[in-house]
Design a protein around this ligand. Structure first.
Ligand code: C2E
Ligand code: MG
Ligand code: MG
Ligand code: MG
Length: 282
């Protein structure tokens, strides 16, 4: 937050800016109230293991419910949560909810399915500690690897050394760690060599044209080889077509998620669909 403020340039004041600033303030106030009044919920998108053809994880995705029943998408409010610091208490709530859901999954016979939680850079720096994670695991009696954290490359930019030691401690506390949107940020080979990681998530942008564009295909092939060479498993995001899924399976990608496989769903709908799938498999 500090660095950002120092970088602000002096620009002429305008009515439009004032309006924008009041709009943002009002929205931050609304977000704080939404958190206090529990107007956030989590939807969950299945992540499939491609060799075994079954759900191995669920990605928790934040939703802000409006009084008319519609949802504001996270892209429209998470940046403001980050700037205002609200992402720290909201993120703590997301972790707590995800742990609670894991207990429900275990009770329904799906205890081997992990919950993947997105953590933004601000939250990672200001709101994460190995002790808090250890207590979370104890409180909910979670088995190791029940929760995955999805971090973006931006987490590593500001204080790489601190990030690395925190990641090591979090992993010892029982978490699996993924790099989200891999290839869209500051992808340095040095961090891949140094960091304790479990998964790489190939960004949707590379998956989109994988069957049509030889450059996208080359990048996906290289990411899969790189990740496997480092002992990581590869998750493709944004799979929307059967052809993309076939390509990924044929090229050794480990896991995938996307609208073709399953949309993000409210928890009750999701549990029902998992029971149906389990019933089909028997
Ligand atoms: P992400 O972590 O990369 O999440 C994947 C996004 O892609 C989700 O959007 C998901 O709904 C969408 N998606 C999944 N499959 C497909 C597909 O086949 N096609 C397309 N076009 N999109 C697909 P969503 O839910 O709008 O979330 C957007 C971003 O907001 C997430 O990107 C993540 O960075 C952030 N976010 C969501 N929930 C949280 C949270 O609890 N905490 C934090 N810090 N960030 C969150
Ligand atoms: Mg994610
Ligand atoms: Mg992603
Ligand atoms: Mg993404």
């Amino acid at each position: 937050l500090h660095a950002r403020r120092e970088n602000l340039q002096v620009v002429p004041y305008s009515a439009a800016m004032a309006e924008q600033a009041t709009g943002r303030l009002a929205m931050v106030r609304q977000l704080r109230q939404a958190h206090e009044h529990r107007e956030f919920e989590l939807h969950f998108q299945p992540i499939f293991d491609l060799a075994r053809g079954r759900v191995v994880a669920l990605e928790a995705l934040l939703r802000w419910r409006q009084s008319d029943g519609s949802f504001v998408p996270p892209a429209q409010f998470i940046p403001l949560c980050e700037e205002s610091g609200l992402i720290v208490p909201i993120g703590t709530w997301v972790l707590e909810e995800s742990a609670r859901l894991h207990s429900r999954l275990a009770a329904a016979g799906h205890g081997d399915v992990a919950i993947a939680v997105n953590v933004s850079a601000v939250q990672f720096e200001a709101g994460m500690s190995a002790d808090a994670i250890r207590r979370l695991f104890e409180r909910h009696k979670l088995p190791a690897h029940a929760l995955h954290l999805e971090l973006t490359e931006s987490v590593l930019l500001r204080h790489p050394e601190d990030a690395r030691s925190l990641m090591g401690a979090l992993r010892e506390a029982g978490l699996c760690l993924s790099i989200d949107d891999f290839g869209t940020g500051f992808s340095s080979m040095a961090y891949l060599r140094e960091l304790p990681l479990d998964h790489l998530k190939i960004d949707r942008g590379f998956v989109r044209d994988v069957t049509r564009d030889s450059r996208s295909a080359a990048i996906c092939r290289a990411m899969i080889a790189l990740g496997h060479g480092l002992g990581l498993s590869i998750i493709a995001e944004g799979v929307e077509e059967a052809g993309q899924l076939e390509w990924l399976r044929a090229h050794g990608c480990d896991q995938a998620q996307g609208y073709h496989l399953g949309r993000p769903m409210a928890i009750d709908a999701l549990l029902a669909s998992m029971t149906l799938q389990a019933g089909k498999a028997d």
